[in-house]
Design a binder for this molecule. Structure first.
Ligand code: GRG
Length: 296
């Protein structure tokens, strides 16, 4: 299959759905809507929504059933990037090739834009259309699972340990703890949500969850490696910041060579998790490979 065309086709569906959902900034609160739109439409890869759609496809589900949840995952991801870039966290000036939210709108509006995106994500999920394929209990379970992945047991938990450990000596277990939560949890939740909403059985959902955990870890290791070897123009953000800020990364803790070995092993395990699936899981197989090869 041609992964590039697949990603472009799915990205267009997500862009159109997000545009359709998001209002034009107007009224007294226009500034926060403007800031939410600014970051949301700044050119992200839309990986999490695409994983959600591909997860549904792998179990034979209907892509239309997952669109609101897929879009909501992008809102949560965008909120995390806005907050991560704040001076009180990573203090970054560039994101997705543009000045970061707080550089354009100021810190208070940037914090609120993140808050607005996170809360709107859960509102958007409630707009999922229920059908005879998709009942309210399944949707409720998926929303709970996404909340857990975004909260202290997942992304927020990983982020706090990441910040607190900055500049300290840590072992491989700590860096894995951080990566599996900070980045891995939402990626796992994305593909798992797709499998649930697509009507996957327990066996299928478990296999896809294992795939998600492996690519989630590999994705963050790629990000760490790109910060050492990547091209800042292609990535739309400054590189080399992890070493400057003494961040906890795989290359810093284990070295580049070992990081690449672990990345390859996790991608291999991700693809092996998909053995029970037919060609409907090919997009997931190709996405796993893309994570190793990505340049941005
Ligand atoms: C603030 C609660 C809170 C959490 C922040 C996601 C995160 C946790 C921090 C981001 C730090 C970071 C840059 C991690 C690297 C992995 C990552 C999430 C990269 C950005 O995701 P992409 O590559 O970005 O999918 P685009 O812009 O394409 O959507």
């Amino acid at each position: 299959m041609d992964l590039k065309s697949y990603l472009n086709e799915k990205r267009e569906i997500i862009e159109a759905s997000l545009k359709n959902y998001f209002p034009e900034p107007q009224g007294p609160a226009a500034d926060v809507i403007k800031a939410m739109n600014y970051s949301l439409f700044a050119g992200g890869k839309r990986l999490r929504p695409i994983l959600c759609m591909a997860g549904a496809e792998a179990v034979g589900g209907d892509e239309k059933d997952v669109i609101p949840v897929a879009c909501a995952l992008e809102l949560i991801h965008t909120y995390s990037l806005i907050h991560d870039d704040l001076p009180v966290m990573d203090n970054d000036d560039m994101r997705r090739g543009k000045p970061t939210s707080h550089k354009v709108f100021g810190e208070a509006v940037a914090v609120l834009a993140g808050d607005g995106l996170l809360t709107e994500a859960f509102h958007l999920m409630t707009e999922t259309v229920l059908t005879d394929r998709l009942d309210s209990l399944t949707l409720l379970n998926v929303m709970g699972m996404i909340a857990t992945a975004a909260g202290y047991g997942g992304m927020v938990g990983g982020q706090v340990v990441d910040i607190q450990m900055e500049g300290k000596e840590v072992d491989a277990d700590i860096v894995e703890f951080i990566h599996r939560r900070k980045t891995g949890a939402l990626i796992t939740a994305s593909v798992r949500a797709g499998a649930f909403l697509g009507g996957g059985n327990e066996h299928q959902v478990n296999a896809i969850t294992s795939y998600g955990k492996n690519i989630g870890l590999a994705f963050q290791i790629s990000d760490d490696i790109l910060d050492v070897e990547g091209d800042s123009r292609r990535m739309g953000k400054n590189v080399g910041g992890d070493a400057r800020k003494k961040k906890i990364t795989y290359p810093a803790v284990l070295g580049l060579g070992r990081s690449k070995e672990i990345q390859e092993k996790t991608i291999k395990e991700a693809i092996e998790s998909l053995e029970p699936f037919d060609q409907k899981a090919d997009p997931l197989r190709h996405i796993a490979q893309y994570i190793i090869e990505r340049k941005r």
